[in-house]
Design a binder for this molecule. Sequence first.
Ligand code: AP5
Ligand code: MG
Length: 214
Amino acid sequence: MNIILLGAPGAGKGTQARILVEGRGMVQLSTGDMLRAARTSGTEMGQKVAAVMDAGQLVTDEIVIGLIAEQLEKGATGGFIFDGFPRTLAQADALGDLLAAKGESLDAVVELRVDDEALVDRITGRFTCGNCGEVYHDRTKPTKVAGTCDVCGSHDLKRRADDNEDSLRQRLLEYYKKTSPLIGYYHAKGKLKVVDGLQDMAKVTADVAAALDG
Ligand code: AP5
Ligand code: MG
């Protein structure tokens, strides 16, 4: 099963993707995570996109389509979860072509729908484990032991450079201008399922499962 998790910054795409990976053996393809990894390892592409990401703007279609094409080549028996990709109509068309070339298709697009008001708190309270990638929140999902990742025990807990109110405002603008048209695009293709992303995490997880299995 190949699915897209669609939603504004902080909607919970990464959180739900990790749960699906754990529960269904799917492979998460997060273009945001790939771009951050390229920055950390200091590749030329990583250096090129750093300022764009920190300002909350989208990097070019060419770069992210290239990243996804590379990962699709590796295959995934449990299917792929596209997290934060596609984000433009050009990316959506490219994904359709890439999957078709492999004789595959998209099974569902799950939109995690949230209210902008909730996003500031979600984004400013977020931190992640630099070792295993587990996602936390100061209030809604703190670590059990302060400063230690529950999953892998690492003390490398960090906050993202674009997780501040100014970048979030720009990320939201980009979302509404360039990404939200995908809601209509996938609705027209009969793929769209909408889940209320403002519910607590367990309820969102249950609704995502129902959307995929129902
Ligand atoms: P990306 O990394 O994809 O960021 P984003 O879309 O802004 O989304 P986030 O990762 O911020 O949010 P999320 O939905 O994953 O939420 P999470 O689960 O962490 O992209 C970053 C940048 O990279 C972009 O701005 C752009 O520059 C570039 N980029 C990436 N892909 C690109 C593309 N395709 N094209 C062009 N440029 C691209 O949850 C957030 C917080 O809320 C966490 O603290 C979590 O614990 C908490 N939380 C989650 N669910 C709940 C819940 N139900 N209740 C309470 N708290 C919750
Ligand atoms: Mg994410």
